[in-house]
Design a binder for this molecule. Sequence first.
Ligand SMILES: CC(C)(COP(=O)(O)OP(=O)(O)OC[C@H]1O[C@@H](n2cnc3c(N)ncnc32)[C@H](O)[C@@H]1OP(=O)(O)O)[C@@H](O)C(=O)NCCC(=O)NCCS
Length: 231
Amino acid sequence: MDEVLSVLAPSYQMATESAVSRGGKFKKVWGRGNVVSAFGSTFTRCQITFGGENNRIEIGEGANMVECKIHVMGSNNVIRIGKKASAYGLSIWVSDNGNEVSIGDNFYGSGSMGINCSEGTKVSFGNDCLASRGVMCMSSDSHSILSPWGKRVNPAKDIVIADHVWIGYGVTILKGVRIAKNCVVGASSVLTKAFDDENTLIVGNPAKAKKKIGGWRVKKIVGGISPLEMD
Ligand SMILES: CC(C)(COP(=O)(O)OP(=O)(O)OC[C@H]1O[C@@H](n2cnc3c(N)ncnc32)[C@H](O)[C@@H]1OP(=O)(O)O)[C@@H](O)C(=O)NCCC(=O)NCCS
């Protein structure tokens, strides 16, 4: 075990016996009952900070986290990262209480992706999702916009991304967005609403459903594939 795990205060429980940590910090600011469970996963130069109580971070077996930061400021928050997920430069900021961030199995985040989750909301990615560099997801605007009568007009809302969604370079995903299964989101798009039709190409600012697609593959297929090979 890396020496960074030995600086923990007694109220901070770790269950990382089989996790590998290469550099970085697992740091406690204050609070009790904060738990990180990360069996069989690898952390390279990662940092986890808690300021609050009864927060839980669960990292799935075989996950590989490189230069990632998880900051939790509040209580009763849950962060789950799925089995065999790979994330490079992922930054998760959770503030307030009762939020949930969930990233599915086999997720691949190629760099500097941010997730800001606050005001008791949920940000979730299904299994087999792919996110390029510079993707930003925000379930709250962090500040209030008021009507002339003083009522807040920009409430925080959940973000729900289904299985097998590919999110291109520099995409912004705002509060209330849903993306259905097998969709592709074009580079630099800004999503402000729900996209509930599967197999759709979503592009632009503000993003719109552009066309139906037959799905997508990580593999660079030259020509086409026979119907027998298709899922
Ligand atoms: C989304 C994308 C994959 C679609 O590729 P494609 O299927 O070849 O799509 P096309 O180039 O035929 O474009 C289809 C339409 O969408 C528009 N479009 C495509 N990408 C767009 C984008 N990022 N923003 C706005 N409009 C876009 C095109 O202008 C075209 O519009 P038109 O039919 O009105 O002329 C591609 O355009 C893209 O954004 N690639 C970047 C992928 C990326 O970030 N990769 C990083 C590695 S994970």
